[in-house]
Design a protein around this ligand. Structure first.
Ligand code: 9Z3
Length: 311
């Protein structure tokens, strides 16, 4: 039997900071009241599935938040306001450019003047990214909220969707987070660290309810919803993506393969599909596929807005 989403919310405790997040969401959405503002809700990174309440161990996945953080920058570039919901410590827009760099090597301190500066070598690149970041914040165009567990993610997703619902068709949901399919329900989880003294533990994972169903049908029925489908077997990508479209009745599925997700994606609609890819030369030049994905989606969102203007 398919797991029930209402039961999930009835049994999984809310994140402690949900009320604070709801207030931030409310204020952010009010700021986007202007009829011309379009908003993207971008989800990013993987969810954890804790095995214990006092969590020592958890199940996790590979997602680094690359897709979501880059896409957020391109949505902002296209004039969208963005709510970026990401896994704690996964990549974030703008700051991602400096991950892997030695932070302290980028700085210099002038003891005489008591002044801290960015080294000459880095100042142009830092200034370039910093200006974009500060401008997004100043214009009230970027809100970042974070989650760690599957349960936190699903609570936050619901609150964000509900906050955005009044903006109707102006909203695009871009669900790039790698969400766990299996979890241990709160009432079945060990309170303390699972010991090894009684032999190998038997951990029964249960199916996570398909949240796209209430999301598309109840929470944001007018929004332009785009989900992602991740596969490792190429033969399944299109059929599974199309099955998701049929099941949830949203606008688009972006299919991607774990192995080449930075180079190629397939946009799947009910009656057609097409590929967006980077050439090896574009890859070498450091181009990012998200630029082309977002530009395509923005076009599609515009067409959708025009086509439904009177409804
Ligand atoms: C994706 O497919 C994303 O593109 C990636 C991005 C997770 C591959 P990274 O963060 O990776 O850049 O490292 N996201 C959705 C994955 C997912 O869990 N989809 C569900 C499924 O495939 C449907 S919502 O069943």
């Amino acid at each position: 039997m398919e797991p029930n989403w209402e039961e999930f919310y009835a049994n999984q405790p809310k994140p402690m900071d949900l009320e604070t997040s709801k207030k931030l969401l409310k204020d952010f959405v009010e700021n986007c009241a202007d009829k011309d503002t379009r908003i993207a809700l971008v989800t990013s990174g993987g969810t954890t599935v804790p095995l214990e309440h006092n969590t020592v161990r958890f199940v996790d996945n590979f997602s680094a938040g690359t897709r979501g953080s880059i896409s957020t920058e391109f949505f902002l570039e296209q004039g969208y306001a963005v709510i970026f919901i990401h896994r704690t410590k996964s990549l974030e827009p703008f700051s991602r450019h400096f991950i892997g760099q030695k932070f302290l090597d980028m700085l210099e301190f002038d003891e005489g003047k008591g002044k801290l500066m960015v080294s000459e070598k880095y100042s142009e690149s830092v200034a370039h990214v910093l200006m974009k970041y500060k401008s997004a914040l100043k214009q009230g165009k970027l809100l970042q909220l974070s989650f760690t567990t599957l349960s936190d993610y699903l609570w936050l997703l619901r609150s964000a969707s509900q906050a955005l619902a009044p903006l109707e068709k102006r909203v695009i949901l871009y669900l790039a987070a790698a969400v766990a399919d299996f979890y241990v329900p709160s009432n079945q989880m060990s309170v303390h660290k699972i010991g090894s003294d009684v032999g190998p533990p038997k951990i029964a994972l249960q199916l996570v309810p398909k949240i796209l169903k209430p999301l598309v049908n109840l929470w944001v029925p007018k929004a332009f919803v785009v989900s992602f489908k991740l596969e490792t077997d190429e033969n399944l990508l299109i059929t599974k993506s199309r099955a998701a479209l049929k099941n949830y009745n949203h606008k688009l599925v972006i299919g991607n393969m774990l192995q080449n997700r930075k180079q190629q994606v397939t946009i799947v609609e009910k009656n057609r599909d097409y590929t967006i890819s980077l050439t090896p030369e574009q890859m070498d030049q450091g181009e990012e596929i998200e630029k082309y994905i977002i530009s395509d989606l923005v076009k599609r969102h515009s067409e959708f807005l025009t086509a439904t203007e009177t409804s």
